[in-house]
Structure formats: structure tokens, C-alpha cells
Design a binder for this molecule. Structure first.
Ligand SMILES: NC(=O)c1ccc[n+]([C@@H]2O[C@H](COP(=O)([O-])OP(=O)(O)OC[C@H]3O[C@@H](n4cnc5c(N)ncnc54)[C@H](OP(=O)(O)O)[C@@H]3O)[C@@H](O)[C@H]2O)c1
Length: 317
């Protein structure tokens, strides 16, 4: 079984679950039984045709997946692997190139491992180079990336100022290790500055718009905002008083560019290190492929807490 996307638009209009004959396996390829495939913000964008790396149509959506190699050369056969990015993970079985496939070297729950490829590796890159005892601020702290930022920062001894749009999320952020958790309103940068008494040199922005401005207002002179997402659908912006007079920088980050620069070996090494250290994200719920539309609905629900993950091996019909 596989989800097939025909055209771009609302999921109900362009996605259907279809039975399929097994794909032919060629040299340099692996047949993988997909065990877990998270639904990511980029998947919604690709279904609607709004992501820079377009979904092929007709084609199988699903940017990230983890599974077991059913057919392929040694040492891959029987291994648990992370599928290459955007290889169509919303299916019970996929034939994928060896290039871009990452072998998981430790025994790990496939659902937990499926969160690492995008959310985990993005968080790791966003924190890269920060010293123990330093401070970082971030918005969208309750999200998939934010959850990994908190888990990794705790491990690295980096202090996080976490902001979220919901008051009721703050207690959970503190429990997850945030040194300071605040609602993302106009007053928070000043409140944080007074509470910290320490300079913050890096801020991580997954929201854009006025939320980016507020991160910039907290930063020390010459500090850097790393923009990785725009959940508000607004471009990030920096106030003239921060950007011009205080040298606050705005820099973009895209995991796709980093993947290309560092290659599969290094990407796999870092991902496996996170498994080894027990760095985990948060799973909201798991769904069989048959329940795709309910899973997509859940993913858009304000009640969602963590990642919604498809478990394609479980098809009930
Ligand atoms: N550049 C890259 O390489 C890269 C890699 C990974 C992700 N991303 C992007 O980063 C962003 C976050 O990804 P994610 O996986 O963490 O997403 P996620 O798990 O779906 O979480 C979304 C987060 O954004 C918040 N949010 C949603 N709508 C918002 C709005 N209108 N205003 C303010 N906050 C809002 C949510 O807060 P609530 O808890 O209040 O709902 C939650 O914290 C997405 O845009 C994604 O595409 C980029």
C-alpha cells in the first residue's frame, strides 16, 4: 500500500491510498519495509506545491522515514535505516537508492528514530558551536525542532530562553529544561534581559515576522538570529535599531544545504550519536496508513503535542 499524490492542493483532493505491485530492485538500490514516517511541516507544503523541492506527481509523498532493509547487498540487508530525504515514505514498502540512505548502528525504536532525520539534525546544527554555560533564545519552542533543541542543549550545558505563543505550554518547557520560559509577547525581551543578567548571542527563529524582531531585541550587540522556519507565514524581520545600530545579524539555515555540504557519512555519524546519547523528540500519536487523512487532521489540530507519525507496516483494511 502507498499514498499517491496526484497534483497539488488540499490533501483530501490530491492524496489517495492505493495498492501497488512491488517495485523492481536495481543494483545500487534497497527494498525497505517502512516502519515509521513522521508528518512534517514540509510535507504539508509539498502536498500543496509550496516547497522549493517539488513533489513529483504522480508520486509518493513523505519526506522522512525509517524502516528495515528487506532486500539489498551486505551490509545493508536486515539493517534498520533512515530513508533518503523525500523518497516517499508514506508507503508500506519503498525501493530507494543506497545513496542518501543512512544505516542506524544502534537498536532503536523506529518511531523515535524517524524524528531525528529532520527535527533532530536541525536542532543539532542550530546549536552547533555553542559553549557550555552560554545562552540561546528560541521561539516555536514547543515544536519538533524546539523539543530537540531543549534535549540537546540540556546535554551540552547550554541555557535556553524558550518562548511560546501559549501560556499553558510554559510549564512543559521548563520541565524539558528551559532555563526561562515566557510567552512570546512584546514585553518578553525586556523581562528576559532583567532575569538573566547574561548576554545572549544566538537566537533561533522558527516563526518569522514580529516574533523575529523580539528575538533580535533580546540579543547582545553583534548577536545572530538564525532563521530556520516561518510558522507565522511572515518573513523574518529585524528592527533598524537592532540591525543597524547594534549589528544584530539575520542568517538563514536550511538542512538541505547542510546535508549536501557534509554528505551521508557525516550526517549518519551525527544522527547515530544522537541515538547513542538517547536524545529524543516527542511523539503525539501513531497512525496506520489507512488513517492518513485523520492523521493529517490531527497534525493540524491545536491539540497536537509532538509529532504525528505514520506507521505504514500497520494496515488494518
Ligand atoms: N530550515 C530547515 O532546515 C528546517 C528544518 C526543520 C524544520 N523547519 C521549519 O521549522 C518550522 C518548525 O518546524 P517544527 O518541525 O518544529 O514544527 P512543528 O513540530 O509542527 O511545531 C510548530 C511550532 O510552531 C509553533 N507555531 C505554529 N504556528 C505558529 C504561528 N502562527 N505563530 C507562532 N508559532 C506558531 C507551534 O506552537 P504551538 O505549540 O503553540 O502550536 C510549534 O511550536 C517549520 O516552519 C518547518 O518547516 C525548517
Amino acid at each position: 500500500m502507498r499514498v499517491v499524490q496526484r497534483g497539488f492542493g488540499r490533501p483530501a483532493d490530491v492524496l489517495s491510498l492505493e495498492a501497488s505491485a512491488p517495485d523492481v530492485l536495481h543494483p545500487g538500490q534497497l527494498r525497505v519495509q517502512v516502519e515509521a514516517a513522521p508528518i512534517l511541516p514540509m510535507d504539508h507544503l509539498r502536498v500543496r506545491g509550496l516547497y522549493p523541492l517539488a513533489q513529483e506527481t504522480p508520486g509518493v509523498p513523505g519526506s522522512v522515514g525509517v524502516g528495515r532493509v528487506l532486500e539489498g547487498p551486505d551490509p545493508w540487508l536486515g539493517s534498520r535505516v533512515v530513508l533518503p530525504m523525500r523518497s516517499g515514505s508514506w508507503a508500506s514498502e519503498r525501493v530507494v537508492p543506497v545513496d542518501g540512505t543512512l544505516r542506524l548502528t544502534h537498536e532503536v525504536d523506529p518511531v523515535a528514530a524517524s524524528l531525528l532525520r529532520v527535527n533532530g539534525l536541525t536542532a543539532q546544527a542550530l546549536l552547533d558551536g555553542l559553549d557550555r554555560g552560554s545562552w540561546v533564545a528560541m521561539n516555536a519552542a514547543t515544536g519538533g525542532v524546539g523539543t530537540f533543541v531543549l534535549a540537546l542543549a540540556r546535554r551540552m550545558g547550554v541555557n535556553v530562553v524558550a518562548v511560546a505563543r501559549r501560556e499553558e505550554a510554559l510549564e512543559g518547557l521548563r520541565e524539558a529544561g528551559a532555563a526561562l520560559a515566557l510567552v512570546d509577547d512584546d514585553g518578553w525581551p525586556e523581562a528576559a534581559r532583567q532575569a538573566l543578567g547574561e548576554p545572549v548571542h544566538r537566537a533561533l527563529d522558527g516563526v518569522g515576522g514580529a516574533s523575529t524582531e523580539r528575538l533580535g531585541a533580546l540579543l547582545a550587540d553583534g548577536g545572530r538570529i538564525v532563521s530556520f522556519g516561518a510558522m507565522s507565514r511572515e518573513s523574518p524581520r529585524v528592527r533598524v535599531s537592532d540591525g543597524v545600530y547594534r549589528g544584530v545579524l539575520l542568517q538563514g539555515f536550511w538542512l538541505n544545504r547542510l546535508d549536501r555540504m557534509r554528505g551521508d557519512f557525516e550526517t549518519g555519524r551525527i544522527l547515530n550519536r544522537m541515538v547513542e546519547l538517547g536524545i529524543e523528540g516527542r511523539v503525539d500519536s501513531t497512525w496506520a496508513l489507512d488513517d492518513l487523512h485523520a492523521a493529517l487532521e490531527r497534525d493540524r489540530s491545536p491539540e497536537r503535542r509532538g509529532r504525528v507519525v505514520l506507521v505504514p507496516g500497520t494496515v488494518w483494511s
